[in-house]
Design a protein around this ligand. Structure first.
Ligand SMILES: Nc1ncnc2c1ncn2[C@@H]1O[C@H](COP(=O)(O)OP(=O)(O)O)[C@@H](O)[C@H]1O
Ligand SMILES: CC(=O)N[C@@H](CCC(=O)OP(=O)(O)O)C(=O)O
Length: 255
């Protein structure tokens, strides 16, 4: 029997999402860990948020904002500010840090080669907030195969060409699903999931819903664990929620 050669690009992939709170000062240890993963043969795709930078830009314009379930309700006047902050400021600053550390990186957002096709999550409730419908994985494959790290800002593009604000964690899990990543790493400002007083080293997917219901997980942690559950259910073996020293919680399907 002969084995047919797969047409798929089969390199092992990791998606790393950098939360807004971690972006400004990535430390040397982070870049070391990053290069170690590349040297092991992993192709890495970076996605990022920028919540704190968006907050500052909105404050400057005296615009108040609020979140529901960790998602920022985004009005028409806000989406322009979100778009220009993430694509114009946060993304190039991160790309610069990577390039300076010797990691060739290219900045992208949902509009580039229709990278993130999106629809409104629920326009009546959230306004200009999107969810990921389709990812141009071919673009990502082409770049990573050429040794270039894609750095994706979490702005989606609707069919009509409208920019949509997508939570960074939602983009990260959407891309991880689309490229069949081996793992998803959500880097944030806390050492993983804290339940009462204890940071969890491991968690199983079935714990998550109850923790949200009881209020142990709230705010910005909600889109992270929801993205994690979607990845685990689609067969991605593990999702990690960690701080910049890569300490935190590993979430798995079963204990
Ligand atoms: N159970 C929990 N464990 C840890 N952090 C939690 C939990 N529930 C809510 N949070 C909050 O989630 C925050 C991380 O989300 P967020 O601020 O959106 O970070 P990022 O910008 O990295 O996406 C933490 O700083 C913490 O305030
Ligand atoms: C819809 C939604 O919530 N969008 C986020 C996008 C930025 C983000 O996700 O930033 P962090 O990774 O720092 O949380 C927002 O407007 O803040």
């Amino acid at each position: 029997m002969t084995m047919s050669k797969s047409m798929h690009h089969t390199a092992r992939k990791i998606v790393v999402k950098l939360g807004g709170s971690t972006l400004e000062g990535l430390n040397e240890a982070f870049f070391r860990n990053f290069k170690a993963l590349q040297n092991e043969g992993y192709e890495i795709i970076i996605t990022h948020g920028g919540g704190p930078a968006i907050n500052r830009a909105l404050e400057k314009e005296n615009i108040e904002s609020y979140t529901i379930n960790g998602l920022r309700v985004t009005s028409e006047e806000m989406i322009d500010i979100v778009q220009s902050t993430l694509i114009g400021k946060v993304n190039p600053a991160l790309v610069q840090q990577l390039n300076a550390a010797g990691i060739p990186a290219i900045g992208l957002n949902g509009f580039d080669a229709a990278l993130l096709e999106s629809t409104y999550l629920d326009q009546d409730v959230y306004g200009f907030v999107g969810e990921v419908v389709r990812v141009n994985t071919q673009l990502l494959d082409t770049l990573t195969a050429a040794g270039i790290v894609p750095v994706v800002a979490c702005i989606g593009m609707s069919k009509e060409g409208q920019a949509l604000n997508i939570n960074g964690d939602t983009v990260a899990s959407g891309i991880a699903l689309a490229v069949h990543a081996e793992s998803l790493l959500l880097v944030t400002d806390v050492a993983g999931i804290r339940i009462k007083d204890d940071y969890q080293v491991t968690a199983v997917e079935t714990d998550i819903a109850g923790w949200i219901e009881k209020g142990h997980i709230y705010g910005g942690m909600i889109p992270k664990v929801q993205g994690a559950v979607a990845c685990l259910q689609a067969g991605i073996p593990a999702v990690q929620i960690v701080n910049d020293a890569l300490q935190g919680t590993t979430i798995k399907k079963e204990g």
